[in-house]
Every structure is written in structure tokens, then in C-alpha cells.
Design a protein around this ligand. Structure first.
Ligand code: MRU
Length: 346
């Protein structure tokens, strides 16, 4: 048995939310106990919990923490408080649609439960948050099964950022086939881009795959072209924060460049996307809100000042890979050409 579930980035335990502080990895393993929606908001904003599915899970528990002390007496009063809390949590980060998907899912459940007492509504909110987390592990495993049909033993695969167990309930999305391949005795050779400026590839992907005994090699982002030209990479698999209706995909900054390089080298480029990341309401990649993060991530990103004082900085946290660079988007419902992603939810 592999150790794909050894990391529990998000846990509901003893009536509070326990988060593995991902800003401290890989050097320190520190768990945070959160009891308020404000703490959850801050931990999402400051990347203590990150990765699209994990953000959704944390926000769902945050919504429960935000309403569990409610003194509402009617469904309407409770609903108003729930909406306020959901709107607030939705301001923590803009790009990963899983955040809004999870909040909307809880809202939809409460909206229709008009005959329940407020105590029962609170229990329903927690129940839905727990269900979101439980389903995510199953979804990731299924995505991994589908991806595995596109791979073979001994293959070299490049990934970017951390679409891993640390970003989900278990397995990761893009990393799920790595864990499943290991279970089957395959030896995939994974190349992990370090992923500037916050180094999710170096700090998180390299760490979790190494801990699981998966063959992983860390490279700087600017080495991907060389590694591809040397024939070491036969496929690229990345995660996503939001897939638009036309098959454009937002993911961690740098993903677009990797996709262009893959195309130039004739290497297939796959996107692992739970349906919670597929946003058919957003027509194209140009409509996806792209988060901009503090300049210090670049100017002081490696623990010391690496740029002049007062330098102008542009720090978009995500980019959009146009559909034309994507070979397939793999969801829990199957493998889709990007232009056919609308079929994934039918
Ligand atoms: O800024 P982050 O660390 O939240 O960005 C995460 C990514 O871009 C991941 O690739 C994406 O969320 C997919 S996670 C399965």
C-alpha cells in the first residue's frame, strides 16, 4: 500500500478545523487548529492551505465555523447569515473555482431544507462539508485511473506546482496516477518544476512524492525545455484551478509556458480536473479572474531579499493555457478533448 493518504492537509477533528501549515513544509510539520471563519479566510489567503480542491474543502468547513454559533431562529435569518459568511469566505482567493463551488453547494443544500430547525441546518452544513472532503478522495482516485490509461511503465512525466495529496483529500489530481502506478509496481520518473515564486513544486510536490517512495527529480522552472529536448519527458500532467467552457485552463503561473514547450517537443499535455474545477459558466480563459499576489513573494521569495528596494513587480499567481495547447482534460467522468469539456458534466 502506498502512502498517498499520509498527508492530511485538511482535517475535521474534535469540532474544529485542523490544517497542515503548507507554508512551513518541507522543513516543519505544523498543524493549525482553526475555530473561526476569519482564521480560515486568513489561512486560505496566506497559502497555509492551498491547491484548488483543498481550498474548497477548507472554505466549506470555514462556512460551518462561521455559522455554528448563529442565534438565528428562522430559516430566513440563518440563510442571511450563511450568505454573508459565504460571500466573505469567497473573498479569500479569486481564481480556484472550487472555493465558490463548495460554498455554493452548501448554500444549495440549506436553501432547500426549509423545514429543518436552525440546529438541524447547522448540522447539514457540517455534513455537506464532510461529504465534499470524502468525495474528493474518490474523485482523485478515479481521475488517476483514467490518467493511467494514457501512461506506461517507465515513462518520464513532468508536472508543475503541487496538484498533489497536499492539494486534495488524497492522491492529488495530476499526481494520482503516480500513486496508483506505484501501487501497481510501475516505475514512473517524475520531474517536478520548482514553481517560482512560491516553490510549491520544490517544497510540496518533491516532498510528498519523495515521502511516498516515488521516483521524483526536482528541476528549476527554466530547465523544462532542456529536459524535454533530452527526451526525458514523454508526458506533462498538471492540475488546474479553473477550466473555462471553451477548454482554456487556469493553473499556477508558468503552466502556459510548459504547455508551449510540450507542444514544441511533440509531448502530450494533460490537465487533471475534478468537475469541481470545471466552470462552464465562465466562457473563456480571458474571463477567469487571475489573482495577483504581494511583491514580496518575488523580491523576498527565497527567504532573503533578492531584488532592489522599491522595484516594480508584477506577480500574477496563475496563467491561462489556451485550449489549443492541451491534449486532453481528464475528469472523474472521463478523458475529454478541451473543446468537448462541456460533455464532462452531462
Ligand atoms: O497558489 P496555489 O498553491 O493554491 O496553486 C495551486 C495550483 O495552481 C494547483 O496546480 C491547482 O490548484 C491544482 S491542485 C489539484
Amino acid at each position: 500500500m502506498t502512502t498517498s493518504t499520509q498527508f492530511a492537509p485538511v482535517k475535521w477533528e474534535n469540532d474544529y478545523l485542523v490544517l497542515l501549515d503548507q507554508t512551513r513544509l518541507p522543513v516543519e510539520t505544523i498543524y493549525l487548529n482553526l475555530t473561526t471563519s476569519e482564521e480560515v479566510w486568513a489561512s486560505i489567503r496566506h497559502l497555509q492551505v492551498r491547491g484548488a480542491p483543498a481550498i474548497g474543502m477548507a472554505a466549506a468547513y470555514g462556512l460551518y465555523l462561521g455559522v455554528r454559533g448563529s442565534e438565528a431562529e428562522t430559516h430566513a435569518q440563518f440563510w442571511n447569515e450563511l450568505i454573508k459568511q459565504a460571500d466573505y469566505l469567497g473573498t479569500s482567493r479569486p481564481t480556484a473555482v472550487n472555493l465558490f463551488w463548495a460554498l455554493d453547494r452548501i448554500k444549495a443544500r440549506v436553501e432547500k431544507e426549509t423545514s429543518l430547525s436552525v440546529a438541524e441546518l447547522k448540522a447539514a452544513v457540517l455534513d455537506e462539508a464532510l461529504a465534499i472532503q470524502k468525495e474528493d478522495a474518490e474523485v482523485c482516485r478515479t481521475i488517476g485511473e483514467h490518467l493511467l490509461t494514457l501512461l506506461h511503465d517507465g515513462m518520464g512525466i513532468l508536472t508543475h506546482c503541487n496538484p498533489g495529496a497536499l492539494a486534495t483529500a488524497a492522491y492529488g489530481t495530476a499526481t494520482a496516477p503516480f500513486y496508483l502506478a506505484k501501487e501497481r509496481g510501475w516505475n514512473l520518473k517524475v520531474y517536478a518544476d520548482e514553481t517560482r515564486p512560491v516553490l510549491q513544486g520544490a517544497r510540496l510536490t518533491a516532498y510528498e512524492l519523495q515521502q511516498a517512495g516515488i521516483d521524483v527529480t526536482l528541476i528549476c522552472d527554466n530547465m523544462a525545455a532542456m529536459v524535454m529536448s533530452q527526451g526525458k519527458v514523454e508526458a506533462v500532467i498538471v492540475g488546474t484551478d479553473r477550466v473555462a467552457a471553451n477548454g482554456d485552463v487556469a493553473n499556477k503561473i508558468g503552466t502556459y509556458g510548459v504547455a508551449v514547450l510540450a507542444k514544441a517537443h511533440g509531448i502530450p499535455f494533460y490537465v487533471a480536473a475534478p468537475l469541481s474545477s470545471v466552470d462552464l459558466e465562465t466562457p473563456t480563459g480571458a474571463d477567469i479572474p487571475i489573482e495577483e499576489r504581494p511583491a514580496e513573494e518575488i523580491t523576498h521569495g527565497l527567504g532573503k531579499q533578492v531584488a532592489p528596494d522599491d522595484i516594480k513587480v508584477y506577480n500574477p499567481a496563475f496563467d491561462v493555457t489556451p485550449a489549443k495547447y492541451i491534449t486532453a482534460i481528464v475528469t472523474e467522468t472521463g478523458i475529454f478533448k478541451p473543446e468537448e469539456i462541456g460533455n464532462s458534466k452531462k
